[in-house]
Design a protein around this ligand. Structure first.
Ligand code: ADP
Ligand code: MG
Ligand code: ZN
Length: 611
């Protein structure tokens, strides 16, 4: 068998994607490999195809139990003998895998990194012919990445202790040069074939929204996507609880996931989501590294994440099947405060020296600033992301909120004068500068104790902007700051007048602000977080719906998630081609021989009944 027939026969794909073939060739020729591809880029195939062709076993190190389970289920469904080893197994299951390895029953075995340190496992492996050691989510080896796992550092030792050093191949979606170098050094890769593919995910639509009321905005976004599977990421556990409760109260079947829930419930909730029993998952970032649910059609961030790498990774869990999907970030300035708090109070790094700790924190603050810029920019959002990963791109992608949005320029001279004058008057009254939040409180006429104690309610600017919402006021402040009319003194975090402020205050200079007006956006009703009537989503064709129903039935019958039977992309291709024979069915992208044999007749019958 050669690589092309392995690809077709087992995975049902007619060609490799960019980058895959070079990695497969490199590995098959005996070289180490490093594959950097975006989420959904198809990294798994780069070691799964060689696993079918190399003489010995392929061992895959993978960080998460759910991921392993899923990959093994998918491989088994495709007819590739595979198994996994992890802490969730019973003794019998464990022994069965042990025996299977001894009798060479598997092509691939997935293991958690901790397992490599287990002496019995190491002993077993020392007696096997291991051809390839594939390290998935390899960025976990880097202290500079966000998912550092100390046990990844043991991989190189483990591989050196096998009876012969296997080919080593590492894969990740994290692009920074520093992490790449760390992977090469820590895994001791030897002259690896290196493939870095483009990071763009053209099927993802990116948008940042600044809703006045996040919960109603979220409810209407979900209501506009009936029956679609999606993830809502929140910054904290308490936000997950709040949002999850609200969604369920509004009749949206949602599951929740965060580190505060018992292991058992987490697993059950994840299954509910994977098996499409609940369409929406509300979670912290604890959910999802390596999640392989291919039919996620939207990822909404209820809060801004800590950095753009994390955002792109989380958002990238949408649309892995190649279908159009939405990545929407609901931004509010309070998110910056929360993120800063999370950075300052993060527990990890306790083994680091104080100096290293300090440096790490500063780096995280810098990354937060990049993330915040993304939320505020009016440039192409995809462009902003690709810039960050050092990739060239067109000026305008046409498929993001900023490229499609309509921008209006508003004259904000009057509110700008009010704000600048308030900054000046507070300073004159107290003899020192204060932070932006105190200035806002004065402008909005707050009865806050500090305002009253300092006598700021006596200022002529007190309460001048009573009717302006806090969000709006923040937006004005952001705008003034981006034009250099005010700036925040980094040392004391106080708000000061910038060089241009005098012109606005005393010489009548105008100030304008560009704001995005999105015609498609539904305005939430005041105070009432009721989802607005949803515009109809484009309906599936009758045939496609029937194929989906058949998929659901077979998935239930076999006890696997629906996308393990066939992905949405495969069903769409099937509906388009409407095959009338097994031969023709094998031409559908994603239909391999084993799946054709297992499910072919059922799907052909559905098609025959309708065409
Ligand atoms: P990654 O690990 O890089 O995030 P996966 O390996 O999980 O991505 O693959 C993502 C999706 O792409 C899967 O649904 C897979 O079936 C599909 N895929 C991978 N390679 C190909 C290919 N050559 N042709 C068509 N689909 C592919
Ligand atoms: Mg993967
Ligand atoms: Zn764009």
């Amino acid at each position: 068998m050669d690589k092309a027939s392995a690809l077709r026969q087992y995975f049902g794909h007619s060609s490799f994607r960019p980058g895959q073939e070079r990695l497969v060739d490199g590995i098959l020729s005996g070289r180490d490999a490093l594959g950097i591809m975006p989420t959904g880029g198809g990294k798994s195939l780069c070691y799964q195809v060689p696993a079918l062709l190399l003489p010995g076993l392929t061992l895959v190190v993978s960080p998460l139990i759910s991921l392993m389970k899923d990959q093994v289920a998918a491989l088994t469904a495709a007819g590739v003998p595979a198994a996994f080893f992890n802490s969730s197994q019973t003794l019998e299951e464990y022994q069965e895998v042990f025996r299977g390895i001894r009798s060479r029953a598997y092509r691939l075995v997935y293991v958690a990194p901790e397992r490599l340190e287990n002496p019995r496992f190491a002993q077993l492996m020392a007696q096997q012919d291991v051809s390839l050691l594939a390290v998935d989510e390899a960025h976990c080896i880097s202290q500079w990445g966000q998912d550092f796992r100390p046990s990844y550092l043991k991989i190189a030792d483990f591989s050196a202790n096998l009876c012969r050093r296997p080919i080593m191949a590492a894969f990740t979606a994290t692009a920074t040069a520093r992490v790449q170098e760390d992977i090469v050094t820590q895994l001791a890769l030897q002259r690896p074939v290196r493939v870095v593919t483009g990071f763009d995910r053209p099927n993802l639509f990116f948008d940042v929204q600044r809703p006045r009321h996040k919960l109603s905005a979220l409810l209407s976004l979900i209501a506009q996507r009936p029956g679609k599977s999606g993830i809502v990421y929140c910054a904290t556990r308490s936000a997950v609880e709040r949002v999850w409760t609200a969604l369920n109260e509004h009749g949206i079947p949602a599951a929740r996931y965060h580190a505060g829930l018992p292991e058992e419930e987490r697993r059950a909730n994840q299954d509910d989501f994977q098996f499409d029993r609940r369409a929406v998952m509300v979670a912290t970032n604890a959910f999802g590294m390596g999640i392989d649910k291919s039919n996620v059609s939207f990822v909404i961030h209820y809060n801004m994440p800590k950095n753009l790498e994390a955002y792109y990774q989380e958002a990238g869990r949408a649309g892995r099947d190649g279908e159009a999907a939405d990545c929407i970030l609901l931004y509010s300035p309070g998110d910056v405060t929360t993120a800063r708090y999370l950075i300052d109070h993060s527990a990890d790094g306790s083994e680091l020296t104080q100096e290293a700790h300090h440096a790490l924190r500063r780096m995280e603050q810098d990354r937060l600033a990049v993330m915040t810029d993304y939320c505020k920019t009016d440039r192409c959002l995809r462009g902003a992301i690709l810039d960050h990963f050092g990739q060239d791109h067109a000026d305008s992608c046409g498929n993001c909120g900023n490229c499609q949005g309509i921008f209006e320029e508003a004259d904000i001279t009057v509110p700008a004068q009010m704000i600048l004058s308030c900054v000046k008057r507070v300073r004159d009254r107290l003899g020192y500068h204060v932070g932006a939040s105190l200035v806002s409180q004065v402008l909005r006429g707050s009865k806050n104790r500090r305002v009253l104690e300092l006598g700021l309610d006596q200022l002529p600017t007190y309460g001048l902007m009573r009717d302006t919402s806090q969000e709006q006021l923040r937006a004005y402040l952001d705008c003034l700051s981006s034009q250099g009319l005010v700036f925040t003194d980094p040392e004391h975090a106080t708000l000061r007048l910038g060089p241009g402020a005098g012109g606005v205050l005393f010489r009548g200079e105008r100030v304008t602000m560009t704001a995005k007006v999105r015609p498609a956006q539904v305005k939430p009703a005041k105070n009432a977080p009721e989802p607005v009537a949803a515009p109809a989503a484009p309906a599936d064709s009758e045939l496609l719906s029937a194929l989906k129903a058949e998929r659901a039935r077979l998935a239930r019958r076999d006890g696997v998630p629906a996308y393990i039977v066939f992905s949405n992309a495969t069903l769409a291709d099937m509906a388009a081609k409407a095959p009338d024979s097994l031969e023709a069915l094998l031409q559908v992208s994603g239909v391999g021989e084993v799946k054709a044999a297992r499910y072919g007749e059922e799907f052909l019958a559905v098609i025959a009944a309708r065409c």
